[in-house]
Ligand binder design. Structure first.
Ligand code: HEC
Length: 154
């Protein structure tokens, strides 16, 4: 029987196919932005502890925020908003929530914006911030989680 392709050629073709698959996987990894890992129970548990330690003093242990959170106080500061579905945390995509927590409100609203919300980049690792956001998102009702997932796809 005459072979159309030699064994050596078949092996080379196999290697080329493998390399192309690796390149495709790589492109896929680098283009997919990091997402809030709210379905990972280990990250949620880690995030709950970190939230209670770093965020609850202002945003509340029940994520309810401060009273009258929509009104600036006498000094012009906004009180801490809730992170449950009554606030607008869930109106913001993952990356924006990460930037607000990591770099502070000024990173979004401009350097002159005054806020009591601290930037956490010195105190918390990026991994820890994503875990805290995972805890926050895990407390939302399924419907709100789905709407938030859809927001991230836009
Ligand atoms: C010292 C009080 C304080 C602490 C501690 C604090 N925050 Fe805030 N946070 C605020 C205030 C006040 C705002 C409103 C920001 C403004 O001035 O517009 C805010 C706003 C936010 C927002 C934007 C919410 C929205 O609806 O736009 C996010 C997200 C947020 N905080 C996350 C966190 C996380 C996560 C932690 C813990 C790692 C944390 N905050 C700790 C006071 C605080």
């Amino acid at each position: 029987m005459t072979r159309i392709l030699s064994r050596g050629k078949i092996i080379s073709l196999g290697i080329i196919v493998l390399l192309l698959a690796l390149v495709a996987a790589q492109i896929n990894i680098s283009s997919s932005a990091e997402r809030i890992p709210y379905q990972d129970s280990t990250r949620v548990a880690e995030g709950r502890a970190l939230y209670n330690e770093n965020c609850a003093s202002c945003h509340g242990i029940q994520l309810k925020g401060e009273p009258n959170w929509q009104k600036r106080d006498a000094d012009g500061f906004l009180p801490a908003p809730p992170h449950d579905m009554s606030g607008h945390t869930w109106h913001h995509p993952d990356k924006l929530l990460f930037t607000l927590t990591h770099s502070g409100v000024q990173a979004i609203a401009g350097p002159d914006y005054v806020s009591k919300m601290p930037a956490f980049k010195e105190q918390l690792t990026e991994h820890q911030i994503w875990s805290i956001l995972a805890y926050i998102k895990s407390t939302w009702p399924d419907e709100v989680k789905e709407r938030h997932d859809a927001l991230n796809e836009q």
